[in-house]
Design a protein around this ligand. Sequence first.
Ligand SMILES: NC(=O)c1ccc[n+]([C@@H]2O[C@H](COP(=O)([O-])OP(=O)(O)OC[C@H]3O[C@@H](n4cnc5c(N)ncnc54)[C@H](OP(=O)(O)O)[C@@H]3O)[C@@H](O)[C@H]2O)c1
Length: 271
Amino acid sequence: MQDYGLWAVVTGTTDGIKKALVFELASKGLNLGLIGWNPSKIEATLSELRDRCGATTEVHHIVKTVVADLAKLSGEEIVAAIAGATEGIDVGLLVNNAGMGCPPEYFHEVDRQLTESILRVNVNAAVWVTKGVIDGMLKRKRGAILNMGSGSAMDISSFPLLTLYASTKAFLATFSKSISLEYEGQGIDIQCQAPFFIATKMTKMKSRYLFIPSAEIFSRASVRWIGYDRVCNPYWSHSVQAFVARTLDTITVWGLECYAKWLRAQERSRR
Ligand SMILES: NC(=O)c1ccc[n+]([C@@H]2O[C@H](COP(=O)([O-])OP(=O)(O)OC[C@H]3O[C@@H](n4cnc5c(N)ncnc54)[C@H](OP(=O)(O)O)[C@@H]3O)[C@@H](O)[C@H]2O)c1
């Protein structure tokens, strides 16, 4: 992992997959630039890092933190924040993990503020944080970028009721594949991982070993897969789920459509 450089920048570091990824990357000896929006949650992650890995901002300067609400900042503000935080450091790995989901709803019912936040965090932030680090990677001719996509976009052709979420993740997949080709041969590996369900705050699911890994189990697989394939499913049972979803796509989409109709009927009967 250190072949890419000594620093990893990760967005959305305080919960779920990202927090587990942060510990996994720290265990590989990488210095960390953590971007989160809630200072007290960042501090909690830092103190856990200190306890587990002996990392300290004051003594070893191996962890830098940036407080940035990715749902509020403009692209230029994000680039400026990244530039300030990464000045003089060799960012080898960027993980665009911050993401927002939403409850299953018809598109017109999704709250406008939530719509704006999902677009900003899932799409805008990934694009602009990438802009903030890619020039340095190109100069050094080494680096890796991991964008956290989703099986909901890669392996299922349409996703009614999660339209916004799945569409933003489809953007990330196309973005990753395309820039990966643009920079092929320049020492930068760009990848989109497309997991299915993981037991995190976003899904509110409990870990079921075979089908729903914990954030820690997923993160170990995720880090192992960095540098391989433009789009991948790092956790083995997600690959099986992806195969089944792709094979039965018509049935899966039909099932989702039935669910959408049922939800509508329930709402009408309540009125
Ligand atoms: N869990 C799954 O089943 C699953 C499946 C496929 C893909 N994914 C993707 O994996 C990634 C991580 O998801 P997760 O399950 O770990 O979800 P999560 O527990 O909700 O974590 C999302 C992360 O994004 C951060 N974030 C949200 N809004 C932000 C903002 N405005 N500014 C900065 N950071 C912000 C969160 O920070 P705070 O905790 O501080 O709010 C948190 O660290 C997401 O991109 C998600 O779409 C998840």
